[in-house]
Design a protein. Structure first.
Length: 313
């Protein structure tokens, strides 16, 4: 055997051994690395979804200067809990990185900066970010920077809009029937009726053998010092005895100020759960200046009282 052939055999042997070692090392250590990364991610997710046990990754992308860093569907075993995103944009001031958690209906539950390099007006940009809370994430989400001249505010609006387009394209959870939490999986809407009362439009859905659902929409003043009115839609579920067993305040039909104001209004509406509709009384919304979202709370109270009259008629 020639010297050249021996050298070639030695080279090929070393190459094969090297490849086998590389493959073996990857097969041994990569699952360990992936499991460690999964544990770290779940640790973060539990801060937003307490019962999270698993997640699935969506494809990441960079579009129009916005880098999607994390894109996850979150589960408790096989039960969908929501969506989780991190995204970044770079401008003349540096990075702007945000983190969002959404429920299964695409509504933003938490939104925060992980990084914000901005020389001035940071508080205003942070306040703008907060306005997106309880809004539905999509490519058509409202422009929080409308009329603003701040580069950072415009970039933040662009970042969230691109993230909304990304969310639109991801695989979505199957959404359960809207009244399932109140009447179970097998409820049947027996009849549906439309009516009006005291300036409100009302849809009445009779749930076979279980109760009735009122969906009421009414406009009211949404900002102190203004005469402009905007509408809210409230869903009130009653059992056969008239007890309020659940309420919904659909974010896409909530046209008053969102963010912390809507959170306060939702908490007020939920305070009626467990009460009989016949026992609702006026004067629970609180006085102007004493409670947040006073105008929205007052409108919601009026809506409960209107349903009281319709239900008792």
């Amino acid at each position: 055997m020639s010297k050249t052939m021996k050298s070639l055999i030695v080279f090929l042997s070393v190459l094969v051994v090297g490849i086998l070692l590389s493959v073996g090392t990857y097969m041994i250590f990569n699952p360990i690395k992936e499991e460690r990364a999964k544990i770290e991610t779940l640790s973060v997710l539990k801060g937003y979804f307490k019962s999270a046990t698993d997640f699935e990754n969506n494809a990441l992308e960079t579009t129009d200067g916005v880098e999607i860093l994390k894109s996850l569907r979150v589960y408790e075993d096989e039960k969908p809990l929501g969506y989780f995103y991190e995204a970044n944009i770079n401008n003349d001031f540096g990075n702007m990185k945000i983190r969002l958690s959404l429920d299964t209906k695409d509504v933003i539950q938490t939104i925060e900066f992980l990084e914000m390099n901005q020389t001035m007006y940071q508080a205003q940009t942070e306040a703008m970010l907060e306005t997106y809370k309880l809004s539905k994430l999509s490519g058509d989400i409202f422009d929080g920077a409308a009329g603003a001249t701040s580069i950072s505010k415009k970039d933040l609006s662009h970042l969230i809009r691109i993230l909304g387009h990304h969310h639109d394209q991801t695989d979505k959870f199957e959404i359960s029937l809207p009244y399932q939490p109140f009447y179970g999986d097998d409820y049947v809407i027996e009849t549906t009726e439309n009516t009006t009362a005291e300036g409100a439009t009302i849809v009445i859905e009779t749930i076979e053998g279980q109760g009735v659902v009122y969906t009421i929409t009414k406009a009211g003043i949404y900002q102190t010092g203004s005469i402009e009115e905007k509408s809210i839609t409230l869903v009130i579920a009653l059992d056969n005895d008239g007890e309020i067993i659940g309420i919904l305040l659909p974010v896409e039909l909530y046209n008053h100020t969102k963010g912390n104001f809507m959170t306060n209004a939702l908490e007020f509406a939920e305070s009626f759960v467990g009460m009989n509709i016949a026992d609702v009384v006026d004067g629970q919304a609180g006085a102007t200046g004493e409670v947040a979202a006073h105008n929205s709370r007052t409108l919601l109270e009026d809506m409960f009282l209107i349903i009281q009259g319709v239900h008792g008629a």
